[in-house]
Ligand binder design. Structure first.
Ligand code: ATP
Ligand code: MG
Length: 350
């Protein structure tokens, strides 16, 4: 079993020519934990994932994995580090001229010395995992969007990656398959202790899957930390996003301008913005399937979060304490919170 690999991102900035995508992004994906990245369309979530695997080069900042800075290391080192990653790209990124079998076998043929017999076993195992056994001979163009997504997932997993990045794995999937997929992610994490980052627009996924959640908005990471922090947040953009409300700082095209916002005087208009998370109570987190052991990542996270508890916002503290079994809760009275500014919030160790 691999042991959770930590990914430490520090002061990362990315532009394309004059267009700044995001700046000064700092977060740590704790080893073996599941994290989710939210953000309106076009805010650079896919660009962030591609930067993590070294496909795009940020101009500033660092991405440290195993003491190596992936932003500045040489080609050979980058090639080595890339093998740690499994990536499910937003569009599946399958080779159009290869059938499903060859698509899924591709990384094994490229990166391992496995025989064709061994490859067949792995390919079949992964196709079964995503429910695609029997469709090996189809070309990507002959598959539905959801099937392509699942094929991309099978391919992302064939090298048993220690870090798995999912770019909107649930887009194009029906609700039942999304539920299966989220369970599959939890089980995968339980069995491999892999570090997982999921980009999603699915609020239900965000509320039930991750240990940690972050959100990109207005070219910065507005928040990253234990799930309870974002899910109980009073940041207007975060609240609006979690409720899927029209009223709030996020608009149809880019972020709304100040004048539009003022016209709206959006607080509580149309009842779309409710007070303090009413109707959005914290849901319990998905657990591994019956028969699997406890998640090592969840155990480590519980300890980590207890250590930073006093530094978290009060509502998050309360939510964390409430989610603990009574025996544990008694030993951890919520302490007085520190005042925090309204701007970007980053939590130590988060
Ligand atoms: N290779 C590239 N060259 C130039 N601009 C790019 C490139 N890739 C992405 N962009 C720009 O970066 C911005 C962010 O794109 P990105 O695909 O990361 O958004 P996103 O947050 O993933 O959106 P969505 O939720 O719709 O998938 C967009 O304005 C896009 O046009
Ligand atoms: Mg994207």
């Amino acid at each position: 079993m691999s042991s959770g690999v930590e990914v430490a991102v520090k002061n990362l900035s990315k532009s394309f020519g004059p267009q700044n995508i995001w700046s000064d992004v700092t977060l740590t994906l704790p080893g073996g934990e599941i994290s989710v990245l939210l953000g309106p369309s076009g805010t650079g979530k896919s660009v962030f994932l591609k930067s993590l695997v070294g496909l795009l080069k940020p101009e500033q900042g660092s991405i440290i994995i195993h003491d190596t800075d992936l932003v500045r290391c040489g080609e050979n080192k980058l090639f080595e580090l890339r093998k740690l990653f499994g990536v499910l790209f937003q569009d599946g990124a399958l080779f159009g001229s290869m059938n499903l079998y060859d698509n899924v076998a591709f990384p094994l043929r490229e990166h391992t010395r496995k025989s064709e017999n061994q490859i067949r076993d792995v390919v079949h195992e992964k196709l079964e995992l995503v429910g695609l056994l029997g469709t090996e001979h189809k070309l990507p163009g002959e598959l539905s969007g959801g099937m392509r997504k699942r094929a991309g997932l099978a391919r992302a997993l064939v090298l048993e990656p220690e870090i798995v990045l999912f770019d909107e794995p649930d887009s194009g999937l029906d609700p039942v398959r999304t539920a299966y997929l989220n369970q599959l992610i939890v089980d995968l994490n339980t069995q491999t202790d892999s570090t997982i980052l999921v980009v999603t627009h699915d609020i239900n996924t965000a509320r039930t899957l991750p240990d940690n959640i972050g959100m990109i908005f207005r070219r910065e990471l507005v928040m990253f930390g234990p799930r309870e922090v974002l899910l109980t947040s009073e940041e207007p953009a975060v609240k609006q996003f979690l409720r899927g409300a029209r009223v709030g700082p996020i608009g149809m095209s880019e972020e709304k301008d100040a004048a539009e916002l003022a016209r709206e005087s959006w607080s509580e208009q149309n009842g779309e913005v409710t007070e303090n998370g009413a109707g959005l109570e914290l849901m319990s987190q998905l657990q591994p399937s019956p028969g699997l052991p406890n998640r090592a990542g969840a155990t480590r996270r519980a300890e980590r979060v207890m250590n930073i508890l006093p530094q978290l916002p009060e509502r998050a503290q309360q939510a964390i304490v409430n989610s603990m079994p009574p025996t544990v809760r008694d030993g951890h009275p919520t302490r007085q919170p520190q005042r925090r500014g309204a701007g970007g919030q980053h939590f130590p160790g988060a």
